[in-house]
Design a binder for this molecule. Structure first.
Ligand code: WTA
Length: 651
């Protein structure tokens, strides 16, 4: 198969600010030293990081035991995640952190809580004792199905304290999706709430749990947090209230001394087809990976108010809302609701109100704000911000520029971080102190991470062409398997090449060795024998000032084999028209070449997305070719989008 062609020419470059660099956790010199060490000897690098950022009860005998495709990191060592996130901030030289805010939380209705490290420790110990009293033992699985409330973090940490792996199911999933996951994980206990708030309305969670666990014998207990006050049915003998259990639970619960490879959590990712995959992560390596990346990439410091906008139901919520920042002793901000409630400026209001210094969010949110107009962020004082991050999808260069200009006010470095549920932590990213950034590029592998662009056959692809992104050396945060399905683990990630991890993304490198992620390999379009990634064509469209968001897919074409169909969401005040269609086609041709010229442009107010905000191109492919919708749609955020996209067909 030929390589993927790269068409996008992005020339802008932003150097690190010298003032930022001077105060950074990793200054230029340290960053260069670590990069060198990571290249030469990744094991030595990670061992050094493990000593520096993680507290261990027992040291390791061996840094890495690699029997492909299975890795063990820090063999023989013992630690505990909740100990690292809590206890160690209350002891010895660090005891001053007792009364530091660990979590600042605001609910959608505007209620708020500030929870100190000492208080969080007490709550976590209490809930760990509740779990024990309800029969949960080391190794038992606990499912969390909760809104973005502090109790979600308490429950996660309580599980880690006693060594019960958790599996968080995003609160927007249906009862059916929840049931599949509860059954697959073999969960003994479920933690939920009566409901949560979204767009000003309470939604129900407990009711979904009732439907999901009905007849599932393994589930012995359901613990329910009261959040909205709505009516719920409590089944006697199975269900209990969080506040009642907590009222009598002891605040003392020693952390279990767990093996570095003890299972920490299972997190289901929706594969494109069929059964969800339970991605398994373990303790010591994961903790090393996320603490090191938090310190180096977000430059987390004592005075920061750090806000990662992800839901705890996603990997970003695990690694960079809860575990990473708390293990670093930072102050993490958490928000319950949607970005646009009660008004389109809620986020900017929150940043100004709480003095948020670091914002980590997703391109889908950024593109939504672009569409809503600059006046909303412009109205608020965002001067507390000092660093911005992006994750989840390729960020189109023009969206990057908007983030830089309108949110960062041209002062804040942007870290575009590439990683996956499977990688546990960030893999390819700028270091804000030392790596010049280019809009649209995730830049370089993090020190200690080894990545390459390979062909199907495993040959290194020569720049400027693109190919398949590959991770060529094991890393500490890597998944340790698919829960209950060893074969699927081997087939999905390790069968393309020998001993090399296949993430499923296309990418290319430029002359400076920077990585540019070009989208999922499954979405690559073959136009007259040229293989073209989705990201570059979408970026060309988004670079036109009347386009807020775009998704491109291929549909079968008699002449070219495949023709490009573009689904386009115009910016706020733009009317779609035939004139705009031809302007956009010409624009793409001018930006990246005639080969990428869309055969068809369809305007739409919204694109079908997963609940974590990724565009579902698979569904758009079906719509573009007039096929029936195939495969799993359970992760789709809004079904009405599909109906309206089908209507746009007639237009
Ligand atoms: C995509 C989210 C380009 C990519 C942490 C990856 C990105 C998938 C980026 C994983 C980025 C994530 N640039 N693409 N900075 N970050 N992706 O498992 O396709 O929800 O394989 O993990 O998102 O998504 P997941």
């Amino acid at each position: 198969m030929p390589d993927i062609e790269s068409l996008l020419k992005e020339k802008r470059i932003f150097k690190p600010d010298s003032q930022f660099t001077r105060k950074a956790n990793w200054n230029k010199k340290v960053a260069a030293e670590y990069r060198k060490l990571g290249e030469k000897n990744p094991q030595l690098f990670w061992a050094k990081m493990a000593k520096e950022h993680v507290s261990w009860f027992t040291p390791w005998k061996k840094v890495l035991d690699w029997k492909p495709p299975y890795a063990k990191w820090f063999v023989g060592a013992k630690t505990n995640v909740s100990y690292n996130c809590l206890d160690r901030h209350l002891e010895g030289d660090d005891a001053w952190r007792r009364n530091k805010a660990a979590i600042i939380w605001e609910g959608e209705p505007g209620d708020s809580r500030v929870i100190t490290y000492a208080e969080l420790h007490r709550e976590v110990c209490r809930f760990a004792n509740v779990l024990k009293a309800r029969g949960v033992k080391k190794g038992d699985r606990v499912v969390l199905y909760m809104p973005m409330i502090p109790e979600a973090a308490v429950a996660m940490l309580a599980c880690t304290r006693i060594g019960a792996p958790h599996s968080i199911v995003f609160g927007g999933f249906s009862a059916e999706a929840l049931r599949d996951r509860v059954v697959d994980a073999g969960a003994k206990l479920v933690v939920t709430s009566d409901g949560g708030f979204r767009k000003g309305e309470p939604f129900a969670l407990k009711r979904q749990v009732d439907a999901a666990v009905d007849g599932v014998a393994a589930v012995e207990c359901v613990v329910v947090v009261r959040r909205t006050g709505q009516d719920v049915e409590m089944r006697s003998g199975r269900d209990c209230w969080w506040h009642e259990e907590m009222a009598t639970a002891s605040t003392k619960c020693p952390p279990a001394k767990l093996d570095a490879e003890h299972p920490l959590f299972i997190l289901y990712t929706s594969g494109t087809t069929g059964k969800p995959k339970g991605v398994l992560h373990t303790t010591g390596g994961y903790l090393t990976h996320i603490t090191t990346t938090c310190k180096a990439i977000f430059d987390l410091q004592e005075t920061d108010v750090y806000w990662c906008t992800a839901d705890v139901g996603w990997i970003t919520g695990h690694s960079y809302v809860v575990y990473g920042p708390l293990a670093c002793g930072a102050t993490a901000f958490m928000y319950e609701g949607v970005p646009t409630h009660p008004g389109p400026d809620r986020w900017w209001q929150l940043i100004a109100k709480w003095g948020v210094t670091i914002l980590y969010t997703a391109p889908t949110a950024i593109r939504t704000f672009i569409r809503l107009g600059d006046e909303h962020p412009r109205r608020h004082d965002l001067s507390s911000l000092r660093l911005l991050g992006s994750v989840g999808e390729p960020i189109n260069p023009e969206a990057w520029m908007w983030y830089h200009r309108v949110i960062g006010r041209k002062r804040c470095p942007i870290v575009d971080t590439w990683w996956q549920t499977e990688t546990g932590g960030i893999m390819i990213t700028p270091l804000p102190s030392s790596v010049p950034t280019k809009p649209g590029s995730a830049t370089l592998p993090f020190p200690g991470i080894q990545a390459a662009i390979l062909s199907e056959e495993g040959e290194e692809v020569e720049p400027p062409n693109g190919g398949l992104l590959a991770i060529t050396h094991p890393w500490p945060g890597m998944l340790r398997g698919i829960w209950g399905d060893e074969q699927r683990y081997r087939d999905t990630y390790w069968s393309k090449w020998t001993n090399t991890y296949f993430p499923g993304d296309g990418a290319h490198r430029d002359k400076q060795g920077y990585f540019w992620i070009m989208g999922r390999v499954d979405d690559v379009m073959n136009i007259s024998g040229h293989r073209i990634g989705t990201m570059e064509v979408e970026s060309a469209l988004v670079s036109h000032n009347s386009v807020a968001e775009a998704a491109v897919v291929g549909r079968p074409d008699e002449i070219t084999g495949t023709a490009i169909v573009a689904f386009v969401t115009p910016t706020g005040d733009t009317e779609s028209s035939d004139a705009l269609t031809s302007v956009l086609k010409t624009h793409v041709t001018a930006e990246i070449g005639a080969i990428a010229r869309p055969a068809e442009i369809r305007f739409t107010n919204s694109l079908p997305k997963t609940r974590s905000g990724k565009i579902m191109r698979r569904l758009l492919r079906n719509i573009a070719s007039g096929d029936e919708l195939a495969g799993d749609t359970s992760t789709l955020e809004d079904f009405s989008v599909l109906a309206s996209l089908r209507e746009s067909d007639e237009g």
